[in-house]
Design a protein around this ligand. Structure first.
Ligand SMILES: [Zn+2]
Length: 88
């Protein structure tokens, strides 16, 4: 599906949390951003992390955690990770 190397994908996925939190140095952030543009699998992973992050943030501000929704998203992420392993 995508023609990026598994090594680069592993790198991107390992750093996607830091990228999301803007904790990477500029060079790494550019590298990850570039990879996300080229790789649909990692871009999807990043999109899901964004959803989870915003959900977690929202949960802090609300009275009750939307547990069912959180479980569904985590399950979806596991699905994506399994799909990713099968492709590589
Ligand atoms: Zn990738």
């Amino acid at each position: 599906m995508s023609d990026c190397s598994p090594c680069t994908c592993g790198d991107a996925l390992a750093r996607v949390y830091d990228y999301l939190d803007s904790e990477l140095d500029a060079a790494s952030a550019v590298a990850i951003a570039g990879h996300l543009q080229e790789c649909p699998d990692c871009a999807e992973q990043y999109r899901l992390e964004q959803v989870v992050k915003s959900l977690v943030h929202r949960t802090c501000c609300e009275e009750r955690a939307p547990e069912a929704l959180r479980v569904r998203i985590v399950a979806r992420i596991s699905e994506v990770r399994i799909t990713y392993r099968r492709q590589s």
